[in-house]
Design a protein around this ligand. Structure first.
Ligand code: FES
Length: 319
C-alpha cells in the first residue's frame, strides 16, 4: 500500500485551533502535546529520504507492540486533515515507535510533512489490515517500485530474519529518487537496482531482471511486488506464464480503514474485496488491475485541487 488519498474535506478555517473537547491541537503547526497534559503521537525523528519522500518515526507504543510487516496505519496531521493510510515501514517494540514513509503528493501529505520533530500528529490508528504471509517461504523475490520500496523493505527484512533467501529488485525514476539502498543491501542476498533513465544501477524496468532471474532458474517460491499499480500489473504478467505465486500490495483510496465505507473496494477473483480488511496483500493473479487503475484516477482532479489549496495556505503562512 502506498500513500493514499482521502475524500475527507478539510475545513480551512478550523486550522490552528485547539479542540476543547479532546484537548488536541487542530492545526498544521502542532505543538508538543505533553505541555497540554495529553500524551499524543509525538514525532521523534524526521528525515528526508529524497526531495519528495519523508520518513517519520512516531511514538505509538501500543501499535508498535502489535505491528507486523505489511500492516498499515491511518494518520491525520491535524483534527481536520485528510486521513492518510500508510503501511508501517518499521516498528521498534522496545522503543515503542512506528516509522512511516510517505511521498508528498497531496494536501494531506503536505500538512503531515509540515510537522517536525517534537510535534504531534493528531491521530494515528492501527495496526490495520492483514500482515504479509511469509511463513515457510525459502526463496523469495521482493520487487519494489518508487516509494513502494518503503513497504517492500520491512517485508524483505522479515523474510531475512526467518532465514529466507531474498532477492531484491527495486526500481526508481532516477538516481535522485533512490531510497533505502543501504537498508535493502543489509537484508537482501542479492539486490538489483533499476532506474528509468539509467542514472543509477541498470537502466530499465524491474520486470527485465525479474524475468532474467526466472529464466536463469532462480526457482522463487513466491514474488512479492509493491509499487505503482502498473508496475504490479506487469510483474504479474511476467510471473504468470511461469506460474510463480505473486502477491501484490494494493493501495486504493481509503476513508475509514475498517471495511465500512467501501472506498477501498477491489475486484479480486471476480469478487468484491476491501483492501483495508481483506488486504492490503492479494494474489496478483486474481486482481483486476485495470479496474483498480480506473478507480484510482477518479479523484485525480480533486486531489490536484486539494494540493493547490494546501500550497496556497502554506504560502500564506510563510508570508
Ligand atoms: Fe473504507 Fe476500506 S477504507 S472500506
Amino acid at each position: 500500500m502506498l500513500p493514499g488519498f482521502s475524500l475527507y474535506k478539510k475545513q480551512k478555517n478550523e486550522y490552528n485551533k485547539f479542540d476543547t473537547a479532546s484537548g488536541a491541537y487542530r492545526g498544521r503547526k502542532s505543538i508538543n502535546g505533553e505541555k497540554r497534559g495529553i500524551t499524543v503521537f509525538k514525532i521523534v525523528k524526521k528525515r528526508e529520504l529524497n526531495p519528495t519522500v519523508t520518513e517519520m518515526v512516531i511514538e505509538a507504543p501500543l501499535i508498535a507492540k502489535k505491528a507486523k510487516a505489511g500492516q498499515f496505519i491511518i494518520v491525520r496531521a491535524g483534527a481536520d486533515s485528510a486521513r492518510i493510510p500508510l503501511t508501517i515501514a518499521h516498528y521498534d517494540r522496545e522503543a515503542g515507535t512506528v516509522a512511516i514513509i510517505f511521498q508528498v503528493v497531496g494536501g494531506g501529505t503536505m500538512e503531515l510533512n509540515a510537522l517536525n520533530e517534537g510535534d504531534c500528529v493528531h491521530d494515528f490508528v492501527g495496526p490495520l489490515g492483514k500482515a504479509t504471509e511469509i511463513e515457510g517461504l525459502k526463496n523469495v523475490c521482493v520487487v519494489g517500485g518508487g516509494v513502494g520500496c518503503a513497504i517492500a523493505l520491512p517485508v524483505a527484512q522479515a523474510l531475512k530474519a526467518q532465514g529466507t533467501h531474498v532477492t531484491g529488485i527495486v526500481g526508481f525514476r532516477n538516481k535522485d529518487l533512490v531510497i533505502l539502498e543501504d537498508e535493502f543491501r543489509a537484508c537482501c542476498d542479492e539486490l538489483i537496482i533499476m532506474s528509468d533513465d539509467g542514472s543509477y544501477g541498470r537502466q530499465g524496468v524491474v520486470t527485465v531482471p525479474l524475468e532474467e532471474k526466472i529464466k536463469a532458474g532462480a526457482n522463487f517460491d513466491e514474488v512479492i511486488a509493491i509499487g505503482p499499480l502498473v508496475m504490479m500489473k506487469f510483474v504479474v504478467k511476467t510471473t504468470k506464464p511461469y506460474n510463480i505465486k505473486t502477491v501484490v500490495s494494493m493501495n486504493p483510496i481509503m476513508v475509514d480503514g475498517t471495511g465500512m465505507c467501501g472506498g477501498c473496494r477491489l475486484t479480486v477473483g471476480g469478487k468484491t474485496k476491501f483492501a483495508c480488511v481483506d488486504g492490503p496483500d492479494f494474489d496478483g493473479f486474481e486482481v483486476d488491475f485495470d479496474e483498480a487503475m480506473k478507480r484510482g484516477t477518479m479523484y485525480r482532479e480533486a486531489e490536484a485541487k486539494d494540493r493547490e489549496e494546501e500550497c496556497n495556505l502554506l504560502k500564506k503562512e510563510v508570508e
